[in-house]
Design a binder for this molecule. Structure first.
Ligand code: COA
Length: 257
C-alpha cells in the first residue's frame, strides 16, 4: 500500500503507523484521514498484526490537530460533515479495532491530535509531549470525539477545564490525570510501546479482542456492558485459544497463541 501522508510498517507482530507530515506538524488533512482509514482497515484484516503503535514523525509533533487551513472557510454543514466523516472513518475505527492500538505521543498532541490519541486503546508519552484541546481558541469545539472521550478518561471537571481554557499540559500532568499511562524519554518511547506490545502478544488474540469489545461497551449509550461481558465471556469457552490457555496452565507450560 502506498501512502503520501503516513507510513505503514510491520515487524514481529506489530503494525507501525506513523503520521508523516512533519513540516505541518503532522496536521490531519483530508488525505491523511483517508490514508489512516485505509491503513487501519488493512491492519484489522492482517492476521500477522496483533498490536498497533501509532506515532508522529519528526521530533516536534504527534499531531498538531486537524488541518486548520482546510476548514477555515467551511459552512456549518461542511463543518458537521467533516466531524462525522472523520469520526466514522478513523476515530471510531481505531477505538473498535480488534487489536490494541497504542498511541506513542512524541510531541504536540493538540486538538484532533489528542483526539486521535484518545481514540487509541491507551497512550504513552515522551517527556517532550504537550497535550491539549485548543479548539475554543479558534471558535469551534473538539469535533473528533474529544468532548466525549476526554471526560471518560480524566473526569468531567478536569475535561471541561482543559477544553474551556484551551490549555496545554505536560506529559507529567497528563500522567497525573490518567490521560497517559507512562512517560519516558523520547529515545525510549517506541521501545516502551514495543515492550508493552510484547506483553499483549503473549495472550490470546481472541480474548484480547473480546476484552476490547466489552470495555468499549461500558460507555456506549443504550448498551449494557455487563451483558456484553457475559456474552463475550461465554463465547471464549468455544475457542481453541481457551483450550490452549487452560491446557497450558494445567500442564505448567506457556501457552502458544
Ligand atoms: N493545521 C494546519 N497547519 C498547522 C497546524 C494545524 N493544526 N499546526 C501547525 N501547522 C503548520 C503551521 O501553519 C506551520 O506551517 P508553515 O511553516 O507552512 O507556516 C507549520 O505547521 C509549523 O508550525 P508553527 O506554528 O510554525 O510551529 P510552532 O513551533 O511555532 O508552534 C504549535 C507549534 C503547535 C503551538 C502551533 O503550530 C499551533 O498552535 N498549531 C495549531 C494547534 C491547534 O490549534 N490545533 C487544533 C486544530 S483544530
Amino acid at each position: 500500500m502506498n501512502f503520501d501522508n503516513i507510513t505503514l510498517e510491520k515487524a514481529n507482530g506489530i503494525g507501525y503507523v506513523t503520521i508523516n507530515r512533519p513540516k505541518k506538524l503532522n496536521a490531519l488533512n483530508k488525505a491523511t484521514i483517508e490514508e489512516l482509514h485505509a491503513a487501519f482497515l488493512a491492519l484489522e484484516e492482517d492476521n500477522e498484526v496483533r498490536v498497533v503503535i501509532l506515532t508522529g514523525s519528526g521530533e516536534k509533533a504527534f499531531v498538531a490537530g486537524a488541518d486548520i487551513s482546510e476548514f477555515a472557510h467551511f459552512s456549518p454543514d461542511q463543518g458537521g460533515k467533516l466531524a462525522r466523516k472523520g469520526q466514522e472513518m478513523v476515530f471510531d475505527l481505531i477505538e473498535n479495532l480488534s487489536k490494541p492500538v497504542i498511541a506513542a505521543i512524541n510531541g504536540y498532541a493538540l486538538g484532533g491530535g489528542l483526539e486521535l490519541a484518545m481514540s487509541c486503546h491507551f497512550r504513552i508519552a515522551s517527556t517532550e509531549a504537550k497535550m491539549g484541546l485548543p479548539e475554543v481558541s479558534l471558535g469551534v469545539i473538539p469535533g473528533y470525539g474529544g468532548t466525549q472521550r476526554l471526560p471518560l478518561l480524566i473526569g468531567k471537571g478536569r475535561a471541561l477545564e482543559l477544553i474551556t481554557t484551551a490549555a496545554m499540559i505536560s506529559a507529567d500532568d497528563a500522567k497525573a490525570y490518567g490521560l497517559v499511562n507512562h512517560v519516558t524519554t523520547p529515545e525510549e518511547l517506541i521501545p516502551l510501546a514495543e515492550k508493552i506490545a510484547a506483553k499483549v502478544m503473549r495472550n490470546s488474540p481472541n480474548a484480547v479482542a473480546a476484552a476490547i469489545r466489552a470495555v468499549n461497551d461500558a460507555s456506549k449509550t443504550g448498551v449494557n456492558g455487563f451483558d456484553t461481558e457475559i456474552k463475550e465471556f461465554g463465547n471464549c469457552f468455544g475457542t481453541d485459544e481457551f483450550i490452549e490457555g487452560t491446557t497450558a496452565f494445567l500442564e505448567k507450560r506457556k501457552p502458544n497463541f
